[in-house]
Structure formats: C-alpha cells, structure tokens
Design a protein around this ligand. Structure first.
Ligand code: BG6
Length: 497
C-alpha cells in the first residue's frame, strides 16, 4: 500500500503553547479520526535534551483529566503518544535540522510511501525572535523534496512583529524562504465557532442585509474581558501590552468580519481581499478616542519593570471611511483582571424614528453575539409587556447554543485551524497584506505609548476598568438599557417551558 505520509512537527515542543494548545488539538483530531495512525507522524523539536518518553510524559497531563479518563480515552491516548517522537537541537544549527530531516526520511520510506508524496507541516510554537533562523533551517534542510504533489507548510503564531516596520521585516525574511500559500499565520479567534459564523449570519440572512449599515446601526462594540491578570506571563506581556496581545489581532479580525463588504465568493482569497479593503479604510485613531488602563498590582510581578507603562486595558474607537460605515464608531475594548471573562460583539441600532411609545423611553435594538463563554446570539427588542396593561418592555430573541444544539460538541479553535492547515485552506489565516494593514492602524498609537507620551490610568483588579472607558463609550453613542437583564432559558420555570 502506498500511503501519503503526513508529518507534523511541533517546534518548541516543550513550551507552553505546544503543551496547552498544539498537542491537545492534535490529540482531539486524532481521537475523532482526522489523523490516522498509518498516515501521521508527529515530531517534537526543542533544545532540551530529553527522550521520546520524557516528552510524552510531559504532555500526557494536558491530554487527560479526572473527567475524561474513560478506558477508551486512555487507550486512544497511549496510541496517540506512540506517534510522537522527539528530536533535540538548537534553533539555528544545521546539525539539529539535518537530524530532523534524516528521521523524517526514514519514516517516509518505512511506510512504503511514494517518496516525495509526504506532507510536512511545521508548527512554530516558538518565540518569534527565532522564526527567521528556524525558517531558514527548514528551507535549507527539511523541505519535502518532491515534485510529486507533496508539500511543506509552516504555521506561525503571533506576535508577528511589534509594529509596522518590524512586522514587515519579519514578513520579508519569511517571504524570501516560503511562498505565501505555504505560510499559515494563525489567529485562534478565527477558529472560534461564532467567529466562523459571522459571514454566514451577515450574508445568508435577509434580516441583516438591508440593515447592516450607517442608516440603521448607531455603534458597534467588540469586547474582550478576562477576569485574571497576566499570571506568570508578565515578562512576555510587558513587552507587548493589551493592544498587541489582543486588539491588533484577535479583535481586529472580528472587526473585519463584522465590517467588510460581501466577498465575491467564499474562496479564501476573495474573503481576504475584502478584509484588507476594510482595514485600509480605517481612519487614523484619535488620541481623544483612546482610554488606556493598567490594573493595580500589575507591576508587583517580578518580571514586570517597576516603571512599566504597558497597558493591560484599552478602549479605543475605530472609524471607517467608506459608504457603508461613515460616522459609525467601532469601539474595541480589551482588558485583563476585569470583573468577568467574556468576548462579545454588540451591534446597537439607532432609535426608532417617530417613536409613539416615547413616554417610557425604551432601550434600543441590539444584536449581541457572544463568542464565549456559552456561545449565544440574541436580539434585544421591545415588546408589549404580557398582561392587561398596554406597556412595553425590553425582551430578547435568543439563540443560546447549549439549548439549541444540545449534545453538539463545539470544537476548539486550534483543532479547526490545524485541520485547515492540513487541508490547505487559508481562509481563516491572516494574509501578509492583511497583517501589514493591521499594523498600519495601530503603529502610531503604539509608538506614542512606548515613548511614554500616553499613559495608562490605574484601575482596580476585578472592576470594569477605568471609568473613563465607559464615558468614552457613552460619547461614542452607546446607550445602556437600564433595568434590562437577559433571561437565560435555564432559569425558566419547567411548567412554562
Ligand atoms: C492569547 C493572548 O492570544 O489569547 C492571551 O496572548 C489571552 O493573553 C488569550 O489570554 C485569550 O484566548 P481565549 O481563547 O481564552 O479567549
């Protein structure tokens, strides 16, 4: 039998990302039958000198816990771990990568594959500072030398640079070694279920098509909150800050999907063309439309400098100069150590013109897409309060995934995206020109923060962030619906259900 062997490399195999995200995602794909033991080999590569078994033991704990340890799970896990081999070497030594290539070639041949039809996927779970040297080593010593239809791809994680110049430099270095279709710049927000749903919602529903514009929408919020601080990652985080860690990538990707025009088709290039266009239409960010924060206690982390000016919170307004969105503020907000963990999109509509119910001011229509936790989308709308009186109230049309899709497992973002890299679908990955446009938006602001010209305001951990951020939101036009509380279906009285 001739098998097209797929080889998966996790470079930086003993690091945090590999253990917490990459290996668990690979295992889940394996469990579900997407990675077949006859077709797949997984190599970990890192500097530490450890054996295959030591690597397996290090990652085992991340793949099993008290809740999922069924005999079937345990059996699958041991089969999966058998697929993993380890090679140690440095990230800039010819020797290490030649060794890796030798090991791979043996596996390719041992599986009776047609030489050259193997597929080599390199997942760089590494600090970006070593990307250029690692890419060079792969290019020189580890390429799939085939003209028979095999391939070599690389997957890279953010941060892709620190500003426009450094990002472009990195893109050029990698671009000299690999073609764009071989490069998968991963942004795991693009793998989240409700982010993947955005284009379907917008372009497959008559409801939304005529309303999704400046005539009807007053403001849009894209919000990320975490209820923990930089826990042990202070050293990394302080170099980057919340804008580079969350806003420039995760929230901006969501922004693109909310604001872009309809693509010509669902081809990855058509979708990415539209994302680039909307990014290029974003106006320079105004200082008065930015609020930065840093939680109290952030600098107590020994890896954070005492004088750190790094924001752990930011609210800022993006404005798009085009026919659809002129005048509509897009408020992007992200913060660490806040009062809740949540990511959501809020599309708030304008007031009803000529409102005849104005004696009791009602809230506005709002369409909320909750990315996490508990995926849901709901529309806040005004209805008659049930009963004998003719009065109005805010209620909602609610599509909560736990209720509507009972028993359906929602895949992890990384699982989906890794499967895409194997299948060769770049739709949910960031293209080079998209990355450049993203950095163009934020670089002037980031430089002003780095130079200490803009300072974060202190806020209490466990709070909503600086009060000034809520003021900015109100100035941008967001109207809070006082007294409204979304009712979850789980709170229904069983006799009513
Ligand atoms: C990462 C950031 O990209 O995303 C982290 O570096 C953040 O700081 C994480 O915690 C959030 O991801 P998720 O999927 O938990 O929302």
């Amino acid at each position: 039998v001739k098998v097209a062997v797929r080889i998966f490399f996790v470079l930086g195999a003993s690091g945090d990302l590999a253990k917490k995200k990459t290996f668990p995602a690979l295992f889940n794909l394996f469990r579900q039958g997407f990675l077949h033991p006859d077709e797949v080999h997984i190599f970990g590569y890192a500097r530490t000198k450890i054996s295959d078994d030591e690597l397996r033991n290090r990652i085992r704990g991340y793949l099993i816990n008290d809740k999922n340890a069924s005999p079937e799970h345990v059996e699958k896990l041991s089969k999966f771990l058998e697929l993993i081999k380890y090679v140690s070497g440095s990230y800039d030594s010819e020797e290490g990568f030649r060794l890796l290539d030798k090991e791979i070639s043996e596996h390719e041949l041992s599986k009776n594959s047609v030489e050259g039809t193997s597929r080599r996927l390199f997942y760089l779970a590494l600090p970006p500072s070593v990307y250029p040297s690692v890419c060079k080593m792969i290019r020189n010593f580890c390429m799939n030398r085939s003209d028979l239809g095999g391939w070599t791809r690389i997957v890279v994680e953010k941060p892709f640079g620190k500003d426009l110049e450094s990002a472009e430099q990195l893109s050029t270095q990698i671009g000299e070694l690999f073609e764009e279709p071989q490069i998968y710049r991963i942004d795991h927000y693009l793998g989240k279920e409700l982010v993947q749903n955005l284009l379907v919602l917008r372009f497959a529903n008559r409801f939304f098509l005529p309303l999704w514009n400046r005539d009807n929408i007053d403001n849009v919020q894209i919000v990320f909150r975490e209820d923990f601080g930089t826990d042990g990652r202070g050293g990394y985080f302080d170099e980057y800050g919340i804008i580079r860690d969350i806003i420039q990538n995760h929230l901006l990707q969501v922004f693109c999907l909310v604001a872009m025009e309809k693509p010509v088709s669902l081809k990855p290039e058509h979708i990415r063309d539209e994302k680039v266009k909307v990014l290029q239409s974003v106006l320079p960010i105004k200082d008065e439309e930015v609020v930065l924060g840093q939680y109290e206690g952030y600098r107590d982390d020994p890896t954070v400098p005492d004088q750190s000016n790094t924001p752990t919170f930011a609210t800022l307004v993006l404005r798009i100069h085009n026919e659809r969105w002129e005048g509509v503020p897009f408020v992007l907000k992200a913060g660490k150590a806040l009062n809740s963990r949540k990511a959501e999109i809020r599309v708030q509509f304008k007031d009803v013109p000529g409102d005849i119910y104005k004696c009791k001011k009602q809230g506005r229509n709002e369409f909320v897409i909750r990315l996490q936790p508990s995926e849901a989308m709901y529309m806040k709308l005004t209805v008659k309060q049930p009963g004998l009186e003719m009065s109005t109230a805010q209620s909602e049309l609610d599509l909560s995934y736990v209720q509507r899709y009972q028993g359906v497992t929602i895949p992890e973002a990384y699982e989906r995206l890794i499967l895409d890299t194997i299948r060769g679908d770049q739709q949910h990955f960031v293209r080079r020109d998209e990355l450049k446009a993203a950095w163009e938006i934020f670089t002037p602001l980031l430089h002003r923060i780095d130079d200490g010209e803009m300072k974060p305001l202190p806020y209490q951990p466990g709070s909503r962030g600086p009060a000034e951020a809520d003021e900015l939101l109100a100035k941008a036009g967001y109207v809070q619906t006082h007294g409204y509380k979304k009712k979850t279906k789980t709170t229904l009285n069983p006799h009513q259900a």
